[in-house]
Design a protein around this ligand. Structure first.
Ligand code: ZN
Length: 100
């Protein structure tokens, strides 16, 4: 999905339509020690050996698969008048956003 760099949108701080810059915020990195993460499982001694490992047996096969091909877009709009930013509430599903 292509998106222009600036759009005219309603700014709740200025209480009128203003020119706003579009930006895709960086996703950041998830913690490697999260519950159910591979790192944590390995430290606990799970996910190794032979035989049935319960739910972790299934995760071995699932780890490689990428199930969903699209994600909801997460965009940030910065008002050029008051320079305050706001997130988009409902994004459309796309595989890729190109801001030009
Ligand atoms: Zn504003």
């Amino acid at each position: 999905m292509k998106r222009p760099k600036t759009t005219k949108r309603y700014c709740p701080y200025c209480k009128k339509k203003t020119e706003q810059k579009v930006k895709e915020p960086s996703k950041g990195k998830a913690s490697s020690m999260k519950r159910g993460s591979k790192v944590r499982m390995k430290l606990r001694g799970l996910w190794r050996g032979i035989g049935n490992q319960g739910k972790y047996s299934r995760m071995k096969n699932q780890a490689k698969k990428k199930r969903k091909t699209t994600k909801k877009t997460n965009l940030m709009f910065t008002c050029t008048v008051c320079k305050k930013s706001k997130y988009q509430k409902k994004g459309k599903r796309t595989s890729k956003i190109v801001i030009e």
